[in-house]
Design a protein. Structure first.
Length: 561
């Protein structure tokens, strides 16, 4: 019972790391199999949703900026229309009569208080009437940039400039040609009013909205860095149709050229405001993934742990059964080899019996015939030799059936063990007239191994070689080693192993012998793998099968003996 308990404990302790490694592999595989589709599907949904929301947000921003541009265009068109209507309805005469320009200015501001002043200028550029806070009656505008275009085209809206008043302002000028000659009705937009209008018309998502001209000069005051008539970061923006949107990191900039005036409407929006819906989707996806992790990971860990615990229990049972099968295989081989030992004992007993009979003959001689002392001594020495021979045969038989004591790094005389096995098979070799050749690089080698289990492997290989070799054949045993490995090759002179059988000979219960169990080679390979070695087979040209076992050498390496 104690031996069985020790076997179970040893099996569990040796299997536990193996199944923990399997546990790690299964857990990683299951987690990968679970999370890859989740990540793939979630990523695909997120990417598609992100693209859809981005497109929706950008399209909404595009529409908003287009509306902002149209509102500014409409505002300027309406203010121009107001001036045209005023000039057309009153004419030069009524506007220049005393009090006429003041009445017109009050009427104009009642409808839209966006004008700072109003003036009538004749074809020579002289002020003929003026209403406003500045003293401009003596000023001449003939050389100003807006004067000639207003007379030629009938309408002109200037860029922001300082003029005589040295204050940034925008002029809307309406040119007329009638009986009184050529003249211009000029109005100045209130800068603050126009700034507020441009800013408010950008919508709720606005961070900053302003206008720049074709040279990149601010026409309205930006909320960020910059002033009216200052240079913007856009340089000289190119002309383009429709709306252009640029992603500039934390902000998204939307731009559109006005239709009536060569000004660029710019709206800067916070990226987070534009993609607020996308941010919500991102959090939903992240929360879903976290919930998936909390559900999948514990399930995989618990399920895999239960599976590994069951495997460990099964492995313990299989390990115990494996040891029993190894012992059964060893006992089966030992029973065959013990026949040689028993026959040696029988021969020894027969020789002892013959010697004892001879001593009786000597003892029964008459006193007259003297007994030769050397003859008696020789007979007794023969009896002693046969007794020692029997003792060795009994010891070999007992060693064959002794259970293994476990791996140990010892001075293991491999050649002596091989010689002992060949002595046990002496009769089989003699009757089949099999010749054994041995080549060895060293007599003894330090092997970190279990000597009993290694002897069982050698016994299986030599027994198989004897069975495969025909009468009069040869078995070759080659032993060689390097600084790290020991290699023993057993070559028979049989027919070799067919190609179709070579891949199966190490499988359990596979045998080509009528009375074989199909466990010898399976157990031999298992023993060598447990001892850190290996067992391979091949067919040697002109010979039979060659089985090669390899084992790691002990720390001291090959002995010098």
């Amino acid at each position: 019972m104690a031996a069985n308990g020790t076997s179970k404990i040893t099996a569990r302790s040796s299997d536990f790391p193996y199944f923990r490694s399997l546990w790690n592999t299964v857990v990683v595989s299951l987690l990968v199999a679970a999370f890859l589709p989740l990540l793939g599907l979630g990523g695909a949904v997120y990417v598609l949703t992100q693209q859809a929301l981005k497109n929706e947000a950008v399209n909404a921003l595009r529409v908003q900026v287009a509306n902002h541009r149209d509102m500014i265009d409409q505002f300027l068109d309406e203010r121009t229309a107001d001036l045209k209507a005023l000039a057309g309805s009153l004419g030069f005469g009524r506007l220049t009569e005393p009090g006429g320009i003041e009445r017109a200015f009050r009427s104009l501001r009642e409808g839209m208080p966006c004008f700072t002043d109003l003036g009538v200028i004749d074809g020579e550029g002289r002020h003929r009437a003026y209403a406003g806070p500045y003293d401009l009656m003596d000023r001449n505008y003939r050389e100003h940039a807006w004067f000639a275009p207003a007379l030629e085209t009938g309408v002109y809206i200037s860029d922001v400039y300082l003029g005589y008043r040295q204050v940034p302002h925008v002029i809307i000028a309406v040119g007329r040609q009638d009986a009184d000659g050529a003249w211009v009705l000029r109005a100045t937009l209130d800068a603050d009013f126009f700034d507020r209008f441009v800013s408010r018309s950008a919508g709720e998502l606005k961070v900053d909205a302003y206008l720049i001209d074709r040279r990149g000069v601010f026409q309205t005051r930006p909320q960020a860095a910059g002033e009216i008539m200052g240079r913007s970061r856009f340089g000289e923006p190119p002309r383009f149709e429709e709306v252009r949107i640029e992603d500039q990191g934390e902000r998204i900039v939307a731009m559109a050229w006005l239709k009536g005036v060569p000004w660029l409407s710019v709206v800067e929006v916070k990226r987070a405001d534009v993609y607020a819906a996308l941010q919500r989707v991102r959090w939903i996806v992240l929360l879903t993934f976290v919930l998936g992790v909390f559900l999948i990971v514990p399930t995989v860990l618990l399920t895999t742990n239960q599976m590994v615990l069951r495997l460990e229990a099964k492995r313990t049972s299989l390990q115990f059964l494996d040891r029993q099968l190894q012992q059964a295989s060893k006992m089966a081989s030992a029973s065959r080899l013990s026949q040689g030992a028993l026959e040696d004992i029988t021969d020894s007993l027969a020789n002892i019996h013959a010697a004892s009979q001879w001593l009786r003959v000597l003892a029964g001689r008459p006193q007259a015939a003297p007994v030769d002392p050397e003859e008696v001594s020789g007979t007794l020495e023969q009896i002693d030799a046969e007794i020692h021979r029997s003792e060795k045969a009994v010891k070999r038989g007992l060693d064959l059936g002794r259970p293994p004591v476990g791996p140990a790094c010892i001075d293991f005389d491999l050649q002596a063990s091989i010689a002992e096995l060949l002595e046990l098979m002496r009769r089989d070799l003699h009757f089949k007239r099999i010749r054994v050749t041995r080549s060895a690089g060293t007599a003894a080698t330090m092997v970190c191994s279990d000597p009993e289990e290694l002897r069982q492997v050698l016994q299986n290989l030599i027994s198989n070689a004897v069975a495969a070799t025909p009468e009069g054949g040869t078995i070759e045993l080659r032993t060689e080693h390097t600084q790290e490995r020991l290699r023993v090759t057993v070559v028979d002179s049989g027919p070799g192993i067919p190609e179709r059988d070579r891949a199966q000979i190490f499988e359990p219960l596979y045998t080509t012998k009528p009375d074989g169990l199909g466990l010898g080679l399976t157990i031999s390979r298992a023993i060598l793998e447990r001892l850190g070695g290996s067992l391979t087979v091949k067919n040697e040209p002109g010979r039979g099968a060659a089985f090669t076992l390899e084992l790691p050498l002990g720390k001291s390496g090959p002995s010098a003996g």
